[in-house]
Design a protein around this ligand. Structure first.
Ligand code: ADP
Ligand code: ZN
Ligand code: MG
Length: 462
């Protein structure tokens, strides 16, 4: 019998806000442990949380990006549990009334449903040393958005594509930097296996706290194989939580169903419910950026680019922005694309060229003021110094020679010094002209207009 996997992800994303969700402590990463803390995020008794409106806006923006329904009324709840990462013994979260519900994330070939998005506070980070453990409260109170997917994925590649698409969206919109090494994007993977054709889902296994997208793919592949083999042997699987060991390439049991938590959720009495009105939604709508796929389509339409070029340019947001500005000022957007893709892309970060300058360089070449070859020389100088191309051309005396008198003289010189090429050409070997053109270009130090050179040589020889 063949089996298929069913996968649903719970993704936690730290929002890119200056301050924490219920106090004014900084959210910066990498500070000395327990320096960005106050009584609120340390969980002292009796303190009052104050909601960070920016965290709510970024969550709603995410909902809009994913096509969710935005709740006009949502509230906060206490999720009760006892563990050293949360000394007040409850995490403020959203239970039955999340900010966003229902939505879709497109991945190549399908869409993955999103069940809900809610906002909560991140908890402190425990670090285990040889003989003791440390708790760092800098992370506690960082705004944390949880995005719960529908069980719509069927393969580890689906999960990989979903996380990649989500990350791209959130980074583009400035919702989060999604730097997984800094723990800004973490994910729990739910996976079950069922015989192909069976409607009901199998028993769900949850793999907790994944912190790389490639790790998610590996862990799911391992777990699907493990569950499939177990079912084929006639074993019964039961709902449980497992952890992934990336070095060993294995999952192991953390807890089974009987030890599942009962969080005894109840409404948070110290925070007002969140109400969202039309004006607020309209303001947040204005923050929706053009997403990469839409931008790709626009580049193809607006600039007449081949699909390939558009895909390459859009892959990096900064490169796409540069291209967009340069192409917008040029009569030849395809030439701009060629320059960006071949010359600029490999070391984009080091370039001092502005979009307007690149458009100007292309115009100089198109207008015949400089040759394409000199263009490369000018480009290199622009790249290093940030000078305008016209200035470089002037300073270095690189203006293309279109003065026929000067070219005629070079042509005579080339003809006189290359009897063999001349004879070949006269004998009908048209390619021999190239050698003579090359000679003239050399004599002119690359500055002769190649089109004129060919014309003049042909006339003189023919
Ligand atoms: P819980 O109440 O245990 O948190 P949920 O129903 O909220 O479970 O689902 C959590 C996640 O698990 C969601 O992303 C959901 O799509 C996924 N999921 C639910 N059932 C299954 C299943 N049988 N197999 C795989 N994923 C599942
Ligand atoms: Zn604080
Ligand atoms: Mg759940």
């Amino acid at each position: 019998m063949s089996y298929e996997a069913v996968i649903g992800l719970e993704v936690h994303v730290q929002l890119k806000t200056q301050s924490k969700i219920f106090c004014s402590c900084a959210t910066e990463f990498g500070a000395e442990p327990n320096t960005n803390v106050c009584p609120v995020c340390l969980g002292y008794p009796g303190v009052m949380p104050v909601m960070n409106a920016e965290a709510v806006r970024k969550t709603i923006l995410t909902g809009l990006l994913i096509g969710c329904e935005i709740a006009r009324f949502s509230k906060w709840d206490r999720k009760n549990y006892y563990y050293p990462d949360m000394p007040k013994n409850y995490q403020i979260s959203q239970y039955d009334l999340p900010l966003c519900t229902g939505g879709k994330v497109p991945v190549p070939g399908k869409t993955i449903g999103v069940t809900r998005i809610h906002l909560e506070e991140d908890v402190a980070k425990n670090t285990h040393f040889d003989t003791n453990s440390g708790v760092d409260f800098n992370r506690a109170g960082t705004p944390l958005m949880e995005i719960v997917s529908e069980p719509d994925m069927r393969t580890p590649d689906d999960a990989f594509a979903y996380l990649t698409a989500l990350k791209e969206m959130l980074v583009t919109a400035g919702v989060s930097d999604c730097d997984m090494e800094k723990g800004q994007l973490r994910c729990d993977c739910n996976v079950s296996v069922r015989p192909v054709g069976q409607k009901e889902f199998g028993e769900k296994i949850e793999i907790k706290n994944m912190n790389t997208i490639s790790g998610v793919r590996r862990a799911l592949a391992y777990e699907i194989e493990r569950q499939t083999v177990a079912l084929q042997r006639g074993e019964k699987l039961q709902q449980e939580t497992r952890r992934w060991d990336d070095e060993a390439g294995k999952t192991s049991v953390m807890r089974t169903k009987e030890y599942a938590h009962d969080y005894r959720y109840f409404p948070e009495p110290d925070l007002m419910p969140v109400t969202v009105d039309d004006a607020m939604l309209a303001e947040i709508r204005k923050l929706i950026p053009e997403l990469p796929e839409a931008k790709r389509q626009r580049f193809i339409q607006q600039y007449g680019l081949p699909e390939y070029d558009a895909g390459v340019l859009v892959a990096d947001a900064a490169v796409a922005k540069f291209y967009d500005e340069a192409a917008g000022q040029s009569k030849n957007p395809k030439a701009i694309s060629n320059w960006v893709m071949t010359e600029l892309l490999p070391k984009f970060g080091e370039s001092k060229i502005t979009p307007a300058q690149l458009a100007e360089l292309v115009a100089l070449i198109e207008g015949g003021q400089i040759s394409g070859k000199i263009g490369k020389e000018v480009f290199a100088e622009m790249f290093a110094t940030g000078k305008a191309p016209a200035v470089i051309v002037k300073e270095k005396g690189l203006v293309q020679v279109s003065d026929t008198g000067a070219i005629e003289a070079f042509a005579d010189q080339a003809i006189a010094g290359n009897a063999k090429s001349v004879a070949d050409f006269k004998a009908g070997n048209k390619a021999a002209l190239n050698a003579l053109v090359g000679q003239v270009m050399k004599l002119s130090k690359g500055k002769a207009n190649p089109k004129l050179v060919s014309e003049i040589l042909t006339r003189k020889l023919g």
